[in-house]
Design a protein around this ligand. Structure first.
Ligand SMILES: Nc1ncnc2c1ncn2[C@@H]1O[C@H](COP(=O)(O)OP(=O)(O)OP(=O)(O)O)[C@@H](O)[C@H]1O
Length: 334
């Protein structure tokens, strides 16, 4: 069972409202806010009018099909690209205005962006020394990401998964309040995914803002609590995973009963749909399983099955993004 405390539904205004005590001190300085963010490359609009908020204390997944504009948004967040319109800030400040960015925002946009001839240790040491970070932190992080035993090996020979770990270590070097990671799970084996999930969950529980992208719902479902879903540069859905699932479509309740006809009539009401898929079987949306049970009881209808069926995360993702897939399976661009 997930034993994480639930501090939910905090953001109500421009900044999150009441936070868990752990997050309160960090909250305002580590909220990511995107307002009407737009990026055009010539004729191509990569990001269009994106507004969202990423709160501290939870992992937020940034989800969208290939080419949706995730990397472009993250590049603008960390000052590598300039918005055509709108803005994106951390704690109300643009990344480029932060006095000591590495200590405030940890970034991994491309895990391969490492000098291949440098060892993992020297890669981190160079970053630490140029940012006045003590050498001991390098050792600590190498152990923390599981690269302690290969610290002396050249990063050029690292697998994709090892590179991701090194990238995460570099992002954490300044002990930042905010983490921005582009596709951090990409290339990790199942053990690596589990490790990353635990690490990011722990960092969020410490009150940090953890913002990570993926084009795979199944990956983010394991890690994220909040989601921002975009397609072709535009906002498609945002909120908690539950909110996003609910926005994709109603869940249905399956009822198996020898009294299907009578119960179907009794269940009718505003916003209720009752479909009979086979004899003795009803698929009901617009009523909860509990409501259906109570109505059946009042009607004296016998129930053989009463089960709720929500959309799976993958189904929800397909539904939300179905009109926004830039590169479809036939390989043709829309
Ligand atoms: N420098 C650029 N010049 C022109 N078009 C660009 C540039 N950078 C990105 N694009 C286009 O902007 C769109 C968004 O790209 P982006 O890399 O942000 O998407 P993404 O969601 O990160 O995709 P993926 O999951 O494949 O990494 C794409 O159509 C891409 O081709």
């Amino acid at each position: 069972m997930d034993a994480r405390p639930r501090y939910r539904k905090a953001p109500t205004g421009p900044y999150p409202g009441p936070m868990c005590p752990r997050c309160a001190a960090r909250s305002v300085s580590s909220v990511i806010i995107s307002e009407h963010l737009t990026k055009r490359y010539g004729e191509k609009t990569a990001v269009e009018d994106l507004s969202f908020l990423v709160r501290p204390g939870v992992v937020t997944g940034f989800l969208g099909p290939n080419g949706a504009g995730k990397s472009t948004t993250m590049r603008m967040l960390v000052g590598l690209d300039r918005p055509t319109d709108g803005h994106i800030s951390v704690g109300g400040q643009r990344y480029s205005d932060l006095p000591d960015p590495l200590r405030h925002v940890g970034v991994m946009l491309d895990a391969r962006a490492v000098h291949p001839g440098r060892t993992a240790y020297h890669h981190l040491l160079a970053l630490a020394q140029s940012n006045n970070i003590p050498r001991a932190r390098v050792h600590h992080l190498l152990d923390m990401v599981g690269l302690g035993s290969v610290a002396g090996r050249r990063a050029g020979g690292f697998s994709l998964g090892m590179g991701q770990r090194l990238g995460v270590a570099a992002a954490l070097l300044g002990d930042p309040e905010v983490l921005v990671l582009d596709e951090p799970v990409n290339g990790l084996d199942p053990d690596g995914v589990l490790w990353m999930r635990r690490l990011l969950t722990r960092l969020a529980l410490e009150g940090r803002t953890v913002f990570l992208s993926s084009h795979l719902m199944s990956e983010l479902a394991l890690i994220a609590e909040d989601l921002v879903v975009i397609g072709q540069g535009k906002m498609l859905a945002s909120g908690t995973v539950e909110d996003v699932l609910a926005s994709a479509g109603p869940s249905t309740v399956r009822v198996t009963t020898p009294d299907a006809g009578r119960l179907a009539t009794a269940l009718q009401g505003p916003g209720v749909t009752v479909a009979s898929t086979e004899q003795h079987r009803l698929e009901v949306s617009g009523r909860t399983a509990a409501e259906i049970g109570e109505i059946a009881s009042a009607e004296g209808a016998i129930l053989h099955e009463l089960s709720a069926h929500g959309l799976t995360l993958e189904e929800a993702f397909m539904t939300i993004t179905q009109n926004s897939v830039e590169y479809n399976t036939e390989g043709t661009n829309r």
